[in-house]
Design a protein around this ligand. Structure first.
Ligand code: GCW
Length: 729
């Protein structure tokens, strides 16, 4: 009955046609910057928007801002803004820095609290004319203000009576791309690199420029374009002119180019016989290299370093510390204003699994906490949000609270390596919100720590591993783009709610049809829990094939090897004992209040139980279910929920353009099949392990023989450098 009702509504909407303007074919290439025409009624609201635009200087970034405004207003309101210069004689939209605005209109009451790239959107009298003002301390901030103004118009908000200051929460808001120079992307699921091809930077960098535009629209200021498993060649003299070309297409959008570097570069490409960070020849090599880069790219952002990790060269080769390694490069960058991101993802991947005290989760804190205060001021320790590796559920990394005298940035993974690889829907903002809001000690949320607010650090912030590719819609799955958008929005303002973010994104991407907005928002918001429930519930890890594609179910793959992603399941029970009392002691890396949350079975939340404790399958959860019954039920509930996504999506036929409708439908149908594969594989594995039957009689009685199927949606598996199995399609 309910279903029939919704269908009826759907037809009425289609015949009434108020949203028909968005039914033309869409590729997703414009992402959330479609600027599609507002319907008449909504456009009326902006009739009094000035018809002129005045840019207070002719810098590159302000020109970009001007063009973007013309483009956006043209698309949404069908009006062509005319450009004027000072002095002007008609009401205008004014774009400029605070300083310029102050000179032009000294009596204007300009707020004094604008910082960094924050912006002021307001209306006010300038030279006796009613103007819309977009101002910032920096030109980049003005560009961000223009994107905000356009977003408001797209969302139907008032822009004529504004007086608001928006500040970014943290100075560093960057993305990393794990692109190899040959054009493949490690853990990239949307085609080839937009930067590299056949060992060189692409000849045509149109997409790279378009990417910078997307990044700028959500306030991202820097992008490291190559894999952290870095090819040393990226620093060779002959490669530098190619990097210059990328910087050139980033610059109009205020995005700073950065690269990942291999610590052994002074030796592998520099002709030295060492890369010992304490050797003066090595220091000189880095200095010359960096000076050379800045001569050609004056706004170069800096470097990212992955060292002593998963086979990468590192300071341990010379008995030196990560601080020694980071500092030698950071000093070279210092006078140019460059930043050195040193990744805390340092661990031994040959751990002895038989030793119950061994624990990969301990590594980052054990290594970096003792070095707190030993890093230069332009070093930022880049810390994955959890102590293992972007699993579907992890506690927050204790290292985020373990550095008081060192800058830090949180690393979040936008590309869905362990969360369905953009073939399953998994909207990650709710997960990141939990991480950022998590209280590390005495009302100290992670978001304040990474922003440098708690210990008054000069810098800090957010890094997202994005891995967009040449696929026309950037992320392959049309709905996965919400993760890229949401990352930028959260990095700017981590107080935004997941529901606000998804609502914005959906309207900007699919239009304002209430049925579409409601359906997509609800689907996205539930998708992380759903994915978790049919893959790896109770904090056990993803139970995916960790020595292969990180995608299919493979619960045995994490055991009896050195990678340390163990769940330690046997016939009696499952889970890693990480307690201080009897386990690996990992819990002791947290502040006392957090220790109390995780140390005892009585306090530990169900969703992280198996991350912290080894328990029998019959252990009773706070929910009242046994572990084993929870596992069985969760997998059925999760698979059913994906089935429901398919039927809900079908109600949108005729409400979104046919191309994206069909594309998403195919993907959800595929996901629904895969969720059943996951359900049956995992439930049956638990049944074989535990010997405990499903109280509801389902497990072990499935009629179909599900196996991990060859995916129907295009798949790429790439695992350079790590010696893990590489599966090819
Ligand atoms: O989990 C691992 C990924 C690697 C990646 C590594 C890292 C770039 O499987 O592909 O390497 O994390 O973050 O360095």
């Amino acid at each position: 009955m309910k279903r029939f009702g919704l269908r009826l509504v759907a037809h009425i909407v289609v015949f009434a046609g108020p949203f028909s303007s968005c039914f033309c074919a869409e590729t997703g290439a414009e992402a959330w910057l479609r600027y599609s025409a507002l319907e008449q009624q909504a456009a009326k609201k902006y009739e009094r928007l000035p018809a002129h635009i005045v840019t207070l200087n002719d810098s590159l970034v302000l020109k970009t801002a001007q063009q973007e405004l013309i483009r956006g207003v043209g698309g949404m309101l069908g009006r062509t803004l005319r450009t004027r210069v000072v002095p002007f004689t008609e009401p205008a939209i004014l774009l400029g820095t605070i300083e310029q605005l102050h000179t032009l209109a000294p009596v204007l009451n300009i707020p004094s609290n604008i910082r960094q790239d924050g912006y002021w959107l307001a209306h006010g009298q300038v030279q006796g004319l009613e103007c819309v003002l977009v101002a910032s301390l920096t030109e980049r901030g003005v560009l961000y203000g223009v994107f905000a103004l356009l977003r408001k118009i797209a969302l139907g908000e008032d822009v004529l009576a504004l007086d608001e200051v928006e500040q970014p929460s943290a100075p560093l808001r960057w993305v990393n791309q794990w692109d190899n120079l040959d054009g493949r992307i490690e853990r990239g699921y949307a085609g080839a690199s937009i930067f590299f091809e056949g060992g060189n930077v692409r000849t045509d960098l149109t997409r790279a420029g378009a990417y910078a535009r997307l990044l700028a629209s959500v306030g991202i200021t820097g992008c490291a374009i190559n894999n952290v498993n870095a090819d040393p060649r990226v620093l060779s003299d002959s490669f530098l002119p190619q990097l210059v070309r990328v910087a050139d297409v980033f610059r109009p959008w205020g995005v700073r180019l950065a690269v990942s570097v291999d610590l052994s570069a002074p030796k592998t490409i520099g002709g030295l016989d060492t890369f010992d960070p304490l050797d003066s020849r090595v220091a000189a090599w880095w200095r010359h290299k960096v000076d050379d880069i800045y001569r050609q790219i004056p706004d170069f952002g800096g470097f990212v370093v992955k060292a002593d990790s998963e086979g990468r060269a590192g300071p341990s080769s010379y008995g030196r510390s990560p601080a020694d390694a980071a500092n030698v490069i950071a000093r070279a960058l210092q006078s140019h204003g460059g930043v050195l991101f040193y990744r805390a993802f340092v661990y031994d991947h040959h751990l002895d699994w038989r030793n119950l005290k061994n624990d990969r989760a301990r590594a980052a804190y054990d290594i970096f906490h003792p070095l707190d205060g030993k890093f230069e001021n332009n070093v930022v320790i880049q810390i994955k949000h959890g102590p293992i590796d972007f699993q579907v559920r992890e506690p927050v990394s204790p290292l985020l609270d373990g550095l008081q005298h060192t800058n830090e940035a949180i690393e979040l993974q936008i590309t869905q390596e362990y969360t369905g690889q953009q073939r399953h829907l998994c909207f990650l903002i709710p997960m990141w919100k939990e991480v950022l809001d998590f209280d590390m000690h005495a009302s100290t949320p992670v978001k304040d720590l990474v922003a440098g607010k708690v210990f008054q650090r000069p810098t800090g912030g957010f890094v997202g591993v994005a891995n967009v590719g040449m696929d026309v819609n950037w992320m392959a799955h049309p709905l996965a783009m919400a993760n890229l958008y949401g990352f930028g929005r959260l990095a700017w303002n981590p107080d935004l709610g997941a529901n606000t973010i998804v609502d914005e994104w959906t309207r900007l991407t699919f239009g304002n049809d209430p049925l579409v907005v409601r359906t997509i928002s609800q689907t996205q918001l539930s998708s992380w829990h759903v994915y978790e429930s049919y893959t790896g519930p109770l904090g056990v890890g993803t139970l995916t094939n960790i020595v292969g594609n990180h995608y299919d179910p493979g619960p045995e793959s994490s055991e009896r090897n050195g990678w340390g992603q163990w769940h330690r399941a046997d016939h009696e029970g499952i889970g890693m004992d990480r307690t201080m009392a009897t386990g690996t002691g990992f819990v002791g890396q947290y502040a006392p209040d957090v220790q109390k949350l995780y140390e005892t079975l009585a306090a530990c939340p169900d969703e992280l139980l198996l991350f912290f404790h080894h328990v029998p399958y019959t252990h009773l959860l706070h929910s009242g279910k046994t572990v084993i019954q929870h596992v069985y039920d969760a997998h059925y509930e999760g698979a059913d929920a994906v089935g429901a996504y398919v039927s809900q999506w079908k109600l949108l036929k005729g409400h979104v353009d046919e191309d994206r409708y069909a594309d998403v439908l195919t993907r959800l149908q595929y996901q629904a099949e895969q969720a059943v594969v996951w359900r049956d594989t995992i439930d049956e594995w638990f049944y074989r392990m535990s010997g405990i039957p499903d109280a509801k009689g389902r497990v072990g009685h499935t009629t179909s023989q599900h196996q991990a199927m060859v995916p129907q949606v295009r798949v790429r598996f790439l695992d350079a450098n790590m010696g893990k199995v590489v599966l090819k399609q």
